[in-house]
Write a protein that binds this ligand. Structure first.
Ligand code: COA
Length: 260
């Protein structure tokens, strides 16, 4: 597929997705969201992709939010549709993917940009990154899962403070609050994401998918996370990768997983 708003590159089983609207600080307009949906759907289905790194083009922004110009005329129903579409086609799709997705936050991650990063499984920030959910400045609240994912990551008190003040926080604060996993220099950002992703890609893929599913279930109120864990744990015993992993350990060699 030809992308107008993304750069998409597949190297060594890593799919690099770069949001590429630098002049608009990589704001997510409808066309970019549609391309992101297409790129992610391809990535999650294609055997040649083991994991995904999402970042923003240029030195200034990861993503500075949803494209404000595009939602200026929306009414209540339009707002509802925008949010539902986003949840279904992008944010929940990433969170529930069977492959690891890492956000490499290279600058501003605001509004929908921080929500995009929070939907990813792991977040790494460059030390110049700034993060926040400033929607209340526009008379809105976060609509792409931000109220729930931020609360889960940093706790209710901090989430309320960040969302109600609309303040941006530094990468160092984000690390301290548990919002990002690592903070590195801008030069180290992609190498750090690659290092972590390659490690994960070398583990048993079906076990990684099972771990994501069980950990996601742990954070939901309407499912029993222990039951999900038991079911996913049991399923692993039926995989070739389980046999390979145990054989390799007993034979004192490196496992070669096939994702079967
Ligand atoms: N939607 C649409 N366009 C955006 C945008 C967004 N979320 N964020 C930035 N842009 C555009 C600006 O309008 C500007 O476009 P222009 O050059 O055509 O006027 C361009 O990106 C550069 O942004 P600018 O504001 O000039 O950069 P800055 O360095 O002065 O400020 C920010 C950077 C991030 C502080 C500022 O752009 C900002 O507050 N953006 C909105 C953040 C936001 O509220 N996001 C949540 C949306 S729900």
């Amino acid at each position: 597929m030809d992308y107008q708003n993304l750069l998409v590159d597949n190297k060594e089983r890593v799919l690099y997705i770069t949001i590429n609207r630098e002049s608009k600080l990589n704001a997510l307009n409808a066309a970019t969201l549609a391309e992101l949906h297409a790129a992610l759907t391809y990535a999650f289905a294609d055997e040649k992709v083991g994991g995904i790194i999402i970042t923003g083009a240029g030195p200034k922004a990861f993503v500075a939010g949803a494209d404000i110009a595009e939602f200026a005329d929306l009414d209540v129903e339009g707002g509802r549709k925008l949010a539902i579409d986003g949840h279904t086609k992008i944010f929940n799709l990433i969170e529930n993917a069977g492959k690891p997705v890492i956000a490499a936050i290279n600058g501003f991650a605001l509004g929908g940009g921080l929500e995009l990063a929070m939907a990813c499984h792991i977040r790494i920030a460059s030390d110049n990154a700034k993060m926040g959910l400033p929607e209340v400045c526009l008379g809105l609240i976060p609509g792409y899962g931000g109220t729930k994912r931020l609360t889960r990551l940093v706790g209710k008190g901090k989430a309320l403070e960040m969302i109600m003040t609309a303040d941006m926080i530094t990468a160092a604060d984000a690390y301290q609050f548990g919002l990002v996993n690592h903070v590195v220099t801008p030069e180290e950002l992609i190498p750090k994401a690659e290092e972590i992703l390659q490690k994960i890609i070398n583990r048993a893929p079906l076990a990684i998918a099972a771990a994501i599913k069980a950990i996601n279930a742990a954070g939901q109120n309407d499912v029993n996370g222990y039951e999900t864990e038991i079911a996913e744990f049991a399923k692993c015993f039926g995989t070739d990768d389980f046999k390979e992993g145990v054989s390799a350990f007993l034979e004192k060699r490196k496992p070669s997983f096939k994702g079967k």
